[in-house]
Design a protein around this ligand. Structure first.
Ligand code: FE
Length: 254
């Protein structure tokens, strides 16, 4: 299995602090059946700056260390950029890194409680540049929970989305868990990933999330998500079902 979103690089953000932490995370990942991780450090989130060239260096040194330690895990380069106005310019300047450096897909993170006004325009510009934006963990954004039509509109216009495994398992609370399933029901998400930061409070939980998906939707949905992740890593096209609006909760009359 491939994990597309993970903060495993040491000392670059709020994920692994030391190389020891990275190796602990690597072992935990392998125990869950993960053989490949796309390392996606935070970028431009107000706290961390991690530009392309630095990430590439960190990824190659972690890979060397994994070989030395005989841990059967491969790290690929990626980046989790907070949405900001100059993303397309910075991509041209070589500061923004596409997932596995294939010039096809980029992660876009929203602030946790809002969707900036310029979002639709920026996602359009990103696509005009030949890239597909993947909105990370939309299920944890309080503005989107309040008004899922905003997400419907963005997906309808070509954005993809990634749900966090721990959201499905309920580690972020009932509301976020329910909204995660709503997004799957409405074809408003296309893959899951761990967004693991450590092996304690923010670990992988991919196996558990996969079991929930196959129990609720069958193996086909699980394979679809996994095939999309593989396609992204290989810079190929993904499968996208027609998005639907999240159905408003029906009123129950007693
Ligand atoms: Fe993340």
């Amino acid at each position: 299995m491939i994990d597309l979103h993970c903060h495993i690089l040491p000392g670059v953000d709020d994920g692994a602090k030391t190389i020891g932490d990275s190796l602990d995370m690597a072992k935990e990942a392998v125990s869950e059946g993960i053989h490949t991780i796309v390392a996606t450090p935070h970028h431009q989130n107000g706290k961390y700056i991690n530009e392309k060239h630095e990430i590439l260096q960190h990824v190659s040194s972690l890979n060397e260390r994994l070989v030395q330690e005989n841990i059967p895990l491969t790290i690929l380069p990626g980046q989790e950029s907070r949405i900001y106005g100059e993303m397309v310019e910075d991509y041209r300047y070589g500061k923004i890194l596409t997932l596995n450096h294939t010039s096809k897909y980029i992660f876009v993170e929203f602030p946790s409680s809002q969707v900036p006004r310029f979002t639709e325009r920026l996602l359009y510009d990103i696509q005009a540049e030949g890239l597909t934006p993947i909105i990370v963990h939309p299920e944890r954004n309080s503005r989107l929970i309040e008004d899922p039509d905003i997400l419907y509109n963005l997906v309808n216009k070509g954005a993809m989305t990634q749900i966090t495994a721990s959201s499905l398992t309920g580690r972020f609370g009932k509301k976020i868990k329910k909204f995660s399933f709503d997004l799957i029901d409405s074809n408003l998400t296309h893959m899951i990933a761990s967004d693991a930061h450590n092996i304690s409070r923010r670990s992988f939980h991919m196996e558990e999330a996969n079991e929930l998906i196959s129990a609720e939707y069958g193996m086909d949905m699980l394979y679809l998500f996994q095939e999309n992740v593989e396609a992204i890593v290989n810079g190929k096209a993904c499968f996208k079902d027609t998005p639907e609006k999240v159905k408003k909760k029906k009123l129950l009359w007693f």
